[in-house]
Design a protein around this ligand. Structure first.
Ligand code: ADP
Length: 687
């Protein structure tokens, strides 16, 4: 499960995009605000500078007024006045001319600045007469200094300058005695009063209220960002505007430290965001991997047929898997409930189990191959389990409890029980069959001697009775002998009857015929055969032809035949140098050759009637050393054996049983070596 596969992936992508967008907008705003802040700082500084400049100009003008007033001290003569005035002009470069006029504004004396050619030399003073008159009338009204509005004066060199007059009324004892007129060059006010304080990137100018520039000082504006501040210079009789412009050199990417800081922080923020995104992606991946692993674990646990249970070190069950719940019939919640007597412990065994648990919790590791126990289902039924326990170790390597796996072995037990029962049954019938065979043989062998005894006894009795008939009286001894002979005859007959009844009893099994599937016969003996095969390291193979009909037989006896043949075959292969130990048990429809051999090897009567479809052939093949010719001659002879603990009845019994069914039992050499025993049984339902 990757990030793209989750249903929330598109929404998450949108959230990320929005977050990035917001951060970008925020950063842009920060940069912009920082720029704005910086601009306002510059503007503020400029406003302060302009204020200071206006203050400076005002102070300079006031100082000049005082200097000018000092010229009239002590009623000077015009010459003395001119000398003092020249001194003032040398000190004050912004003043270009000082005039002393009488009360009617007639010129009494004047001095021009020594720093430049006389300003009014070209046009004379008359042009400014009205300005002067107005300034002086204002001055008289205020009884103090008053300024005219500025005006332009053309100079002799073709240039010109903007000037402004100051009129100072001269009053002696309350009577107007004249006027002092001082002419200011606006350009020189800028140059001399403000010049030293200006920076290279500033331009200062006097303008009229409508913005017309009157005088300017400083560099022309360069660069993109120009800041301007202006302030009114309000003088009695005139008003000027002082304007200062300042500019920044090149357009700045990083206008100042603050902007640089903000930008650096923005980059850092974006980098952190990117790292965070990467980290979140990694976490998501880890999360989905974990979910996968959990799903895998759950699928694994759910598919297990083995019950799993985890216990803490205090014995409390902390986890059970579904298989365990199914096994005991309780649900997980009931099993993990704290402080409960374990519900699947049979009440009678609780004490024993508690002791076992205490031993386990004390740290004793149980046997690796597991141990058996008995649990109780919810319905109260008991069942056997195989338990494997192992310590539960956490990620830090500390034991936190015990993990147990349970196998319900009731089915295994049932199968074991069944196979044990069938084994016992087979062994019992094997013994019985052997006894029967022995009885049958004994009756066969004993019948003749008994018949002989009986006829000898009868003969003896007859002899004695013949003598009695010849009127020869029998002595007491003879009578006793006759009686004893008669008794011997009776007992011999009785013994014959007993033997016959035993023989009949054994033969009575002939009647126990039933229809059996050939495969069922094999299945019945296979557990027992396999048991011995495992002991002797023999591999067992069975081949049963498809769609075989049922056979009519005495099931138990035929199983005995199969068992005997298989046992003989495996014993034949039990030799140290025998590598190829394979036992092959086959059932098929009878091959044609048996129809011929049947007549000779079979009972004759039945064999002659054998049709190809009516008979099934059972064969047991081994890859042992085969049968030597001298052994083969006596193979079916009762009590013939080549084995130390053999009875020599197995094959003879087999043949008896097979022949009782009308079939034949033959032996043939196997290829490349070994022996094949084959017998036939009648099939039913096919003619
Ligand atoms: P027992 O098995 O008690 O000896 P049997 O009548 O079953 O009696 O067998 C008689 C003898 O036949 C055996 O002792 C053995 O020598 C021989 N025999 C039987 N089956 C085989 C076989 N598959 N391969 C070789 N010899 C065999």
């Amino acid at each position: 499960m990757t990030q793209e596969r989750t249903p929330f992936a598109p929404r998450r992508r949108w959230l990320w995009l929005m977050l990035m967008g917001l951060v970008a907008v925020l950063l842009a705003m920060l940069v912009w605000l920082a720029g704005r802040y910086e601009a306002s700082q510059v503007q503020d500084r400029l406003e302060r500078d302009t204020n200071d400049a206006v203050g400076d100009v005002r102070a300079a003008l006031t100082r000049n007024v005082q200097s000018l007033q000092a010229l009239q001290f002590n009623q000077p003569t015009p010459d003395a006045w001119a000398m003092d005035a020249a001194g003032v002009l040398r000190e004050r470069r912004e003043l270009v001319r000082i005039e002393w006029r009488d009360a009617a504004l007639g010129l009494r004396s004047h001095v021009d600045t020594p720093f430049r050619a006389p300003v009014f030399a070209k046009l004379g003073r008359d042009n400014a007469q009205s300005d002067i008159a107005q300034a002086c009338s204002t001055a008289r009204r205020f009884s103090g200094p008053a300024y005219s509005s500025s005006y332009f004066v053309s100079l002799a060199d073709g240039l010109g300058m903007e000037v402004m007059d100051l009129c100072l009324p001269l009053v002696v004892q309350g009577r107007l005695t004249g006027h002092l007129l001082a002419t200011y060059s606006l350009q020189d006010i800028l140059d001399d009063v403000l010049g030293p304080q200006l920076t290279r990137s500033q331009e200062v100018s006097f303008t009229e209220a409508d913005g017309t520039r009157l005088a300017v000082r400083g560099a022309a504006s360069r660069g993109n960002r120009v800041f301007t501040a202006q302030q009114l210079l309000d003088l009695p009789g005139a008003t000027l505007v002082l304007r200062i412009s300042s500019w920044r050199g090149a357009p700045d990417i990083f206008p100042n430290v603050l902007s640089a800081l903000v930008t650096a922080m923005s980059i850092a923020l974006i980098a952190v965001l990117a790292l965070l995104g990467k980290d979140i992606r990694r976490r998501l991946k880890a999360e989905s991997d974990l979910a996968d692993a959990l799903a895998f674990r759950k699928a694994m646990e759910d598919s297990l047929v083995t019950g799993l249970r985890a216990r803490g070190l205090d014995g409390q069950t902390t986890y059970v898997n579904p298989a365990f719940c199914d096994m005991v019939g309780f649900d997980a919640e009931e099993l993990t409930r704290p402080n409960l007597p374990v519900p699947y412990w049979p009440p009678a065994l609780v004490d024993e189990y508690q002791q076992r648990q205490a031993i386990r919790l004390a740290g004793n590791v149980p046997p690796r191959e597991g141990f058996e126990s008995v649990f109780m289902r919810k319905d109260g039924s008991l069942f056997p389990v195989l338990i494997f326990e192992a310590p539960l170790i956490n990620a830090q390597g500390v034991q936190t409890g015990w993990m147990s796996a349970f196998l319900d072995i009731s089915e295994q037990r049932r199968v074991q029980e069944l196979s044990r029962a069938s084994q016992e049954r087979l062994q019992a019938t094997a013994r019985l069959a052997t006894v029967g065979e022995m009885a049958s043989l004994l009756s066969h062998e004993l019948n003749q001697p008994l018949a002989a005894i009986s006829s000898y006894a009868t003969g003896s009795v007859n002899l004695l009775s013949d003598r009695h008939a010849a009127a020869a009286p029998l002595s007491a001894l003879e009578s006793d002998l006759a009686l004893a002979m008669a008794r011997i005859g009776e007992q011999a007959e009785r013994a014959g009857k007993v033997i016959k009844s035993v023989h009949d009893f054994v033969r009575r099994r002939d009647q126990a015929r039933e229809a059996v599937a050939p495969q069922a016969l094999l299945d019945a003996v296979l557990p027992l055969v396999s048991l011995q095969a495992r002991k002797l390291a023999v591999q067992v193979q069975t081949q049963v032809q498809a769609d075989l009909p049922l056979v009519l037989c005495d099931r138990t006896m035929v199983e005995q035949v199969l068992l005997n043949l298989a046992r003989n075959a495996m014993q034949a292969m039990d030799q140290p140098d025998m590598a190829h130990r394979l036992l092959l048990m086959r059932i098929s429809r009878m091959p044609r050759r048996f129809t011929d051999e049947g007549t000779t090897a079979g009972s004759g009567k039945e064999g002659a009637g054998m049709g190809q479809k009516r008979w099934l052939a059972f064969s047991v093949a081994d890859f042992g050393p085969g049968i030597a010719p001298e052994v083969r001659q006596r193979l079916f002879t009762p009590f013939f054996t080549t084995k130390a603990e053999g009875m020599g009845l197995g094959l003879s019994l087999c043949r008896t049983v097979v022949e009782q069914h009308g079939g034949v039992l033959i032996d043939e050499p196997n290829q490349p070596h070994g022996t094949v025993f084959t017998f036939t049984l009648p099939a039913i339902g096919v003619e």
